[in-house]
Design a binder for this molecule. Structure first.
Ligand SMILES: CC(C)(COP(=O)(O)OP(=O)(O)OC[C@H]1O[C@@H](n2cnc3c(N)ncnc32)[C@H](O)[C@@H]1OP(=O)(O)O)[C@@H](O)C(=O)NCCC(=O)NCCS
Length: 222
């Protein structure tokens, strides 16, 4: 995820969560938080369709906003940040994030566009986070999820996340409890078996080649 992707990310976020993060929170995460890792999934077929579409985009990348002008003033010698085209922004169908805290990868957020759910995008995002977590040295992954969020819970369970605790009244919008879930150790046979099984199936389902990083390859080769 780049800063110029944030308008598209925020649009999905507002459709996905009762309390959306402000766009500035994402800017800070990307630009200032060294423990943070954020990713997006783009549907390149959608990008192609958008290129030929006549409708103007409902979200704007706001690249001449105050923040960008101040950033350019403060860092005049830095190369300008990339600016996503409208077609690129339209192709973003999901996003997710992770904090690396000592040796745990803490999933901070994950969402696919409501019109694109049930197609494997959420799972691809989770796989992307797992790959990133391994690359930056995490040994486990953890997250909080609403007790009522059975869709997300099913997704996490596929990758060995299990309930290890409850945070009472964690969500302030409705005082719902959060389940705290943890994976098996990321280098354990059980986790790697789950990864193998589901990655292959997902690649077939999405009809894409999934290329996980060196760390996964090394673990697989023992
Ligand atoms: C959770 C979320 C990211 C899943 O994304 P998605 O793109 O719909 O998920 P996928 O199509 O990749 O499905 C992956 C798995 O999720 C689970 N799942 C997806 N849709 C489901 C449904 N309707 N019922 C039950 N489980 C479901 C299944 O385990 C599925 O694997 P399977 O296809 O082998 O059964 C998406 O529903 C979302 O953005 N929700 C709103 C935001 C949110 O709640 N995020 C989680 C915060 S903790």
């Amino acid at each position: 995820m780049r800063v110029d992707h944030i308008p598209a990310v925020s649009a999905i976020e507002r459709l996905s969560f009762p309390q959306a993060w402000p766009q500035n929170a994402y800017r800070r995460e990307i630009l200032e938080n060294p423990t943070a890792h954020y990713i997006v999934v783009k549907d390149l077929a959608l990008q192609f369709e958008a290129r030929t579409a006549l409708q103007p985009l409902a979200i704007s990348s706001d690249h001449d906003g105050l923040f960008d002008r101040i950033a350019r003033f403060l860092r005049p010698n830095q190369p300008p940040l990339p600016v996503a085209s409208d077609t690129e922004l339209r192709s973003i169908v999901g996003y997710a994030g992770l904090w690396l805290m000592t040796d745990e990868g803490h999933v901070t957020t994950i969402a696919s566009h409501p019109e694109q759910r049930g197609k494997g995008i959420g799972e691809l995002l989770l796989l992307g986070l797992i790959d990133r977590a391994l690359a930056v040295g995490a040994r486990w992954m953890t997250l909080e999820v609403r007790v009522s969020n059975t869709v997300a819970r099913r997704l996490y369970e596929k990758y060995t996340f299990r309930e290890m605790g409850v945070r009472r009244r964690y969500y302030s919008d409705n005082n719902e409890d959060a389940l705290v879930m943890w994976t098996d150790a990321l280098d354990s046979p059980s986790f790697l078996a789950a990864l193998d099984r589901h990655e292959q199936r997902l690649a077939e389902r999405l009809d894409v080649e999934i290329r996980l990083g060196d760390r996964v390859r090394n673990l697989r080769n023992g």
